[in-house]
Write a protein that binds this ligand. Structure first.
Ligand code: COI
Length: 358
């Protein structure tokens, strides 16, 4: 599909942009373009265009505002040492968006169209890559129901958009390891629910427990399973890995209540490349505490596109607080982060063909 190029009437001046990308934090600064593609049940996807980032005009009856038919993705673009640009496993994000679409009764977007939309915005906004160390251009593709009606049924009209945000670290810099609060009153997802889909509602539901975590002095909330309230699932927006003294690593299995993270999947491969045994199996909050206290558990890491690979240092659970290892970054966490980032940034060979040069 051809992308119509809409001329920007007033691009952000270079000086303002330079200031904005010097130290952008995470998700605070946006480039000045966006991709839009429309969908109608009778026409399929049509009218792909890239133009100025601008407010959307929506009918107040449009379905997303009432029944939350919305899904999104998150992926990063990197500037490589040779000056070229690259995406990391964009087809995996495209496939996950379509899996989310299946759960939310939304149409698939062809994977190549998803990837081309990402490519278009990166090349258009190439001057927006942050200058801060470790910076990247975070892409946020999303799709929502734009048809105006109030009956409860899947909409017949949708919009797919991609916006871009120059980003640095997700967690404020200087934090050696994050601290986690175990949610007691709230769960993220129940069996049969939407936990495996990347849909706004899952994140909306995480806001109160996340605010509780912050109020208790922690960085992130971790959710337990909805049925037994004992198995560790995931953080508000990241997957978890547990590394043990015997060289094995555990991560919670994809049972339908956990988001199948692209970083999670990549780390499983990198751990296998290291010759480590990685098990996708349930791990309980009690075991987490016992293993941390006995020293059998050496490290816990949180991972996601935004968070990359971040060490967990402290946990406050129902039975009180415990510390993981020294409470600071562990060896394996540091090594994995370095390996992943080096591949993403074109500073190391890419044995699995994960990097797509633009
Ligand atoms: C991502 O890691 O890309 C996410 O969508 C999670 C969110 C916490 C930013």
């Amino acid at each position: 599909m051809e992308f119509a190029q809409i001329t920007h009437p007033a691009p952000v001046p270079g000086e303002t942009r330079a200031q904005a990308i010097a130290d952008p934090g995470f998700g605070n600064v946006f480039t000045d373009h966006m991709v839009t593609i429309d969908y109608h049940a009778d026409r399929g996807w049509h009218d792909a265009r890239i133009g100025p980032r601008e407010p959307l005009v929506l009918d107040p009856a449009c379905a997303v505002l009432h029944y939350a038919q919305e899904i999104f993705e998150g992926l990063k673009a990197y500037r490589h040492p040779d000056g070229s640009f690259a995406l990391f496993r964009p087809h995996v994000n495209a496939a996950r968006m379509n899996a989310s679409a299946d759960r939310l009764a939304m149409p698939h977007i062809p994977e190549d169209l998803f990837v081309e939309a990402c490519r278009q915005i990166v090349l258009k906004d190439r001057d927006w890559f942050p200058t801060v160390d470790g910076g990247s251009l975070y892409l946020r593709p999303f799709m929502f129901a734009s048809e105006a009606f109030l009956g409860v049924r899947p909409a017949r009209e949708y919009k797919f958009l991609v916006i871009a945000s120059p980003v640095g670290n997700y967690f404020k810099s200087g934090v050696p390891a994050v601290s986690i609060w175990v949610s007691r009153d709230f769960v993220r997802a129940a069996p049969g629910g939407t936990g495996a889909a990347k849909t706004g509602g899952n994140y909306a539901a995480s806001l109160v427990p996340q605010a509780e975590a912050i109020a208790k002095g922690h960085d992130q909330v971790v959710f337990l399973d909805a049925v037994e309230r004992k198995w560790i699932e995931e953080l508000g927006g990241m997957n978890l890995f547990f590394a043990f003294a015997d060289g094995t690593v555990v991560t919670p299995p994809l049972t339908g209540t956990i988001l199948p993270g692209v970083t999670r999947n990549s780390l499983i491969q990198l751990l296998r490349d290291e010759g480590l045994t990685i098990r996708e199996e349930r791990y309980s909050i009690d075991q987490w505490r016992r293993d941390a206290e006995s020293g059998h558990l050496l490290e816990t890491m949180a991972c996601g596109t935004a968070a990359v690979v971040t060490p967990v240092g402290k946990v406050e659970g129902p039975e009180g607080s415990f510390t993981i290892g020294s409470g600071g970054p562990g060896q394996l966490t540091g090594k994995l982060r370095e390996r992943l980032v080096a591949i993403q940034r074109g500073q190391a060979p890419d044995p699995h063909g994960w990097v797509m040069k633009l």
